[in-house]
Design a protein around this ligand. Structure first.
Ligand SMILES: CCCCCCCCCCCCCCCCCCCCCCCC(=O)SCCNC(=O)CCNC(=O)[C@H](O)C(C)(C)COP(=O)(O)OP(=O)(O)OC[C@H]1O[C@@H](n2cnc3c(N)ncnc32)[C@H](O)[C@@H]1OP(=O)(O)O
Ligand SMILES: NC(=O)C1=CN([C@@H]2O[C@H](COP(=O)(O)OP(=O)(O)OC[C@H]3O[C@@H](n4cnc5c(N)ncnc54)[C@H](OP(=O)(O)O)[C@@H]3O)[C@@H](O)[C@H]2O)C=CC1
Length: 515
């Protein structure tokens, strides 16, 4: 019997960010391995015209939850969606709901965050720092609370090269930042943002670091732990391989490459691609929840959930495998044939962006205009190149994360728990994982049918022929223009033509002699 699964039995668990990528997988695993848990409270806001109930209904009826329904048929009764907007004071939670949460909650998993790299400092602080502070305040009033697990990111200290499982201080205290954002206007905040984030690349990594400081400062006598995952990717094994439902991290770029929009990227092929499957993160999170509640470590432990030091893969290998998979299983209606050129040179990047990305988009838009349709490709391309530029920081550097606490925890688990809550990334076969990831992107994100593969292959063949035709036409036009203008080019042309003529005549003569 799994000790971790048994631990969650009968428990009331509060999850923030349950509608997000990681939150859904966390809920799924909890229901599947501990179907006798009492209740999962999730803090949800209405979104995109959907009520809380509609959002929950959609999640529970998705493919991800198919196995859960078999082991926990009354899952609908065990999930309690509570209206909450983390941007509001007290999260806008009603008095009755708050009372229930305060008196019943045993474990908190705090996953909610803004993960956008381009968020304003005000919004990122509100969500990643102030909301964390408020949640800790709530947690400190929960008499039955056994553990508070905070999800951070391995990149919260990406300004360092070697990162230990400790909380690093930021130069300005989080409280001072929160206070000043209250009275500073947006224009001034935008002006001081680069100075505050310093050598970090964006407001996301900066505010996640501030969030960790808040956790340390407000921990009181609660049992708290911090998990720092690196780049979270599709599921490795559970509930099935390759599940992914958003464009964050590499997923969006995999699609852009598969559709032939993105053909060159400024990336260091040998830099470590520190990807971690979402089910591995969830398994570690649940194991940490159990360990923190049962063993009550004296201080707040930080757990790195990374792959680089135990089972490294690099961007070059990853890109190669992504393309190899697209050879076998292409995406439908590609814009161009998938191709990957990794370069580390700024000039080459600018050149490739102009020739391989912007020029084809402009030509395509011209074609759309000619055929009476609305041009859109240039806009899509500009957005994509902006996204890629934001990722560049992470794909041209390598980091070393120590994983002593994570390895210690692994050694504390029973063989059964090591199997059921496996977070040993050394067992991961990258080639297999990436292939499943690409397949998952096709099936679960793009919702493409496998039956369409022969047609997708035909389409790629047509694109190849168009490519050859286009290049030949381009060459002939350029050559014709050159001949018209240069005597030297004309001489070369006559020399080639007469040489070919003589060559053919010689062959004809020698074959006639043989007969
Ligand atoms: C030559 C190429 C070969 C490629 C070979 C195959 C690839 C193999 C892999 C090698 C490639 C390298 C992969 C690099 C991945 C590195 C990621 C590093 C991240 C590490 C950070 C730390 C991890 C974390 O802790 S946080 C999680 C990561 N967070 C994110 O990823 C969030 C990033 N997203 C944003 O910040 C924004 O969404 C932004 C800025 C990208 C876009 O903002 P904007 O306001 O312009 O648009 P949106 O309204 O958000 O969306 C508009 C539009 O774009 C689509 N979209 C959104 N995000 C992405 C994305 N990541 N990639 C592609 N497209 C995206 C979105 O769906 C919208 O589409 P519509 O059709 O308009 O609805
Ligand atoms: N994805 C990754 O690569 C990595 C993620 N992490 C961390 O993991 C955690 C989960 O990330 P992930 O699941 O990928 O992120 P998602 O963006 O998929 O999910 C974010 C969640 O936060 C919720 N949320 C955001 N704003 C509010 C709000 N104002 N009120 C209520 N809920 C809100 C979202 O709700 P809604 O659905 O309503 O928007 C959603 O449930 C985050 O803490 C992130 O920093 C760490 C490393 C890497």
């Amino acid at each position: 019997m799994s000790m971790i699964a048994a631990f969650y039995g009968g428990k009331s668990i509060l999850i923030t960010g349950a509608t997000g990528f990681m939150g859904k997988v966390l809920m799924e695993k909890l229901f599947r391995t501990s179907p006798d848990l009492k209740v999962i409270y999730i803090l949800v806001r209405p979104k995109a015209g959907q009520t809380l109930q509609q959002r929950v209904f959609q999640i529970l009826n998705s493919k991800l939850f198919e196995k859960v329904k078999e082991v926990c048929p009354n899952v609908h009764e065990k999930i309690r969606a509570i209206y909450a907007d983390l941007n509001q004071n007290d999260f806008g939670i009603s008095k009755e709901d708050m009372q229930e949460l305060l008196s019943c909650t045993n474990i908190i998993f705090h996953c909610a965050a803004t993960v956008r790299f381009d968020d304003t400092l005000r919004h990122a602080v509100q969500l990643n720092v102030t909301a964390t502070q408020q949640l800790l305040l709530m947690a400190s009033q929960m008499p039955k609370l056994e553990a508070f697990i905070h999800i951070s990111t391995a990149f919260s200290n990406c300004n360092l090269k070697h990162i230990d499982e400790v909380i690093y201080p930021c130069p300005v205290e989080p409280k001072k930042i929160i206070d000043s954002l209250e009275w500073l206007d947006d224009a001034i905040i935008d002006e001081i943002t680069p100075k505050l984030i310093g050598d970090r690349p964006n407001t996301y990594t900066y505010t996640k670091a501030l969030g960790e400081m808040v956790v340390q400062q407000e921990s009181g006598n609660m049992n708290i732990a911090i998990i720092r995952p690196s780049i979270v990717g599709a599921t490795w094994q559970e509930p099935f391989p390759g599940w992914v439902d958003n464009l964050n991290g590499p997923s969006g770029l995999i699609i852009a490459a598969g559709k032939g929009f993105l053909r060159a990227i400024k990336a260091t092929p040998m830099a470590v691609a520190d990807l971690i499957p979402v089910d591995t993160v969830v398994n570690l999170t649940l194991a940490v929840g159990w360990y923190t509640a049962v063993h009550r470590p004296k201080s707040t432990l930080v757990y790195h959930c990374t792959s680089g030091n135990l089972n490294p893969c690099n961007w070059g290998k990853m890109g190669f495998q992504v393309l190899a998979t697209f050879e076998k299983i292409p995406l439908e209606r590609a814009f161009r044939r998938p191709y990957a050129d990794f370069t580390t040179n700024n000039f080459t990047t600018q050149y490739r962006n102009a020739v391989s990305h912007r020029a084809p988009a402009i030509i395509y838009d011209f074609y759309l205009r000619l055929t009476g349709r609305k041009p859109r490709m240039t806009k899509v391309m500009n957005r994509l190149l902006r996204t890629v530029s934001m990722m560049e920081y992470f794909i041209n550097r390598s980091w070393e994360w120590s994983t002593y606490n994570t390895e210690m925890l692994m050694s504390e688990l029973s063989p059964e728990d090591q199997r059921v809550f496996n977070f040993d990334v050394r067992q991961l076969n990258w080639l297999e994982y990436i292939e499943n990831y690409v397949l998952g992107v096709k099936k679960y994100l793009l919702k493409e049918d496998m039956a369409g593969i022969p047609e997708a292959k035909q389409h790629l063949k047509r694109l190849r022929n168009i490519h050859y035709l286009f290049n030949t036409a381009l060459f002939l036009i350029a050559w014709r223009l050159l001949i018209a203008r240069s005597q030297m080019a004309r001489n070369v042309w006559f020399f080639i033509v007469s040489f070919c003529y003589k060559f053919l005549s010689y062959f004809r003569a020698s074959s006639t002699l043989k007969v």
